[in-house]
Write a protein that binds this ligand. Structure first.
Ligand SMILES: Nc1ncnc2c1ncn2[C@@H]1O[C@H](COP(=O)(O)OP(=O)(O)O)[C@@H](O)[C@H]1O
Ligand SMILES: [Mg+2]
Length: 262
């Protein structure tokens, strides 16, 4: 077996507060191999986003990691100096959010925002970064990319904005993308198109993806393996096909029951 790209062991996150601290993520362990997609699925409030934020060290107080390790490319991210962590974020692990409208800068042309991702990490600058931005817009299937690069976010549809977010996430060719409910805010048709795009890009770039969703249907379509999260703990994990065929946990059975056409 190849060494995992990401190896999360015994991750525990608490939110300090009165009357008692809340354990939002409780002793969670999983691995992702290079090029693999792991679906992290669970109902709202089960701890999925907090897990992602802990991995990227983006937790805000009163949240804090109370235990565990996050090995990525052989280094424990939880022990890295913040300076090194900044080089990991965006360049080695990038994040796609649910709501592209709030993640994009409203007063900056989308081409410049993609170019900035390259410039910040020292991968290109000036005209070369602009040219790469247009190529990336083409890679995420935005038609008329040279003209669209000059648009502001509000001039694009929700689906196109999410494609721009994906272009930014891919700009530095990271080996791992964390996609947190990437299609939840989109209409069903657009959702299917964005998932199709993600599938294509995964293959093209040999991307590993931590795909976070409350929707088991998305996992069934996209993921190789799935980890099911319930109230801060992983209740089961395994290959998607196996869990679809024989879910071990009642909670998983309930999630499966909500997939249309099953
Ligand atoms: N800012 C916060 N302050 C206190 N508790 C929080 C905060 N953010 C998240 N939590 C706790 O963490 C739990 C998991 O949240 P989250 O990871 O966002 O869930 P989801 O699975 O929907 O992404 C919540 O149910 C809540 O108990
Ligand atoms: Mg969430």
């Amino acid at each position: 077996m190849t060494a995992p790209l990401l190896d999360v062991q015994h991750l525990t996150v608490v939110f300090d507060g009165a009357p008692a601290p809340v354990t939002a993520v409780n002793d969670v362990s999983f691995q992702i191999a290079p090029g693999e997609t792991l679906g992290l699925v669970g109902e709202s409030g089960s701890g999925k986003s907090v897990t992602a934020f802990a991995i990227l060290r983006l937790l805000q107080r009163p949240g804090r990691v109370a235990g565990g390790t996050v090995l990525f490319e052989g280094r424990d991210l939880l022990a890295l100096p913040e300076r090194d962590m900044r080089a990991v974020r965006g360049a080695r692990i990038s994040l796609i959010f649910q709501e592209p409208a709030t993640a994009l800068n409203p007063v900056m042309r989308v081409g410049d925002q993609i170019a900035e991702a390259l410039t910040v990490h020292g991968l290109a600058s000036g005209g070369e970064a602009q040219a790469r931005a247009v190529e990336l817009l083409e890679a995420v299937r935005i038609t008329d990319a040279p003209r669209r690069a000059r648009d502001y976010p509000h001039q694009l549809s929700g689906g196109m904005r999410q494609r721009v977010m994906i272009a930014i996430a891919l700009a530095c060719h990271p080996p791992l993308v964390i996609a947190d409910e990437p299609t939840t805010a989109l209409d069903v048709t657009i959702q299917a198109q964005v998932l199709e795009l993600l599938r294509e890009l995964k293959a093209t770039y040999n991307l590993a993806v931590l795909l976070i969703t409350h929707d088991f249907g998305v996992v069934a379509e996209m993921a190789d393996r799935v980890a099911v999260m319930y109230k801060g703990s992983l209740v089961e994990q395994g290959p998607v096909r196996q869990i679809l065929r024989a879910p071990a946990h009642d909670y998983t059975r309930n999630l499966l029951a909500s997939i249309p056409g099953r």
